[in-house]
Ligand binder design. Structure first.
Ligand code: SF4
Ligand code: F3S
Length: 111
């Protein structure tokens, strides 16, 4: 099993999860992070660290729909091992519904 990042992360991207992860298995898109399912050791320490409550286990009802997206983009986005500055408007995007269909970016993070 693995943990996954859900759509609540989109445009929030606080990155507290990155600072918490002992195996650096987060990957960074332009406005969302994902977890590499083969690298996550299922420790669970990232889940309570996310201010946007965006992390779930893969078998959780809120996590399962995002398993494929995490697996896909973990292969094409760059690894992120250190927390960066969140977007200026991160707080305003917390809990906004349907962020995946309206503002998700498939682009990798700018280097
Ligand atoms: Fe990293 Fe543990 Fe979270 Fe997996 S569950 S992403 S290993 S902190
Ligand atoms: Fe996203 Fe939460 Fe991490 S908003 S970047 S999953 S701390």
């Amino acid at each position: 099993m693995t943990y996954v990042v859900t759509d609540n992360c989109i445009r929030c991207k606080f990155m507290d999860c990155v600072a918490a992860c002992p195996v650096d298995c987060f990957y960074e898109g332009e406005n969302m992070l994902v977890i590499h399912p083969d690298e996550c050791i299922d420790c669970g320490v990232c889940e309570p660290e996310c201010p946007a409550d965006a992390i779930r286990t893969a078998d959780h009802a809120e996590g399962a729909p995002w398993v494929a997206l995490n697996a896909r983009y973990a292969q094409v986005w760059p690894n992120i091992a250190e927390k960066k500055e969140p977007p200026d408007d991160a707080q305003a995007w917390m809990g906004v519904p349907d962020k995946f269909t309206t503002v998700f970016s498939a682009a990798p993070a700018a280097e």
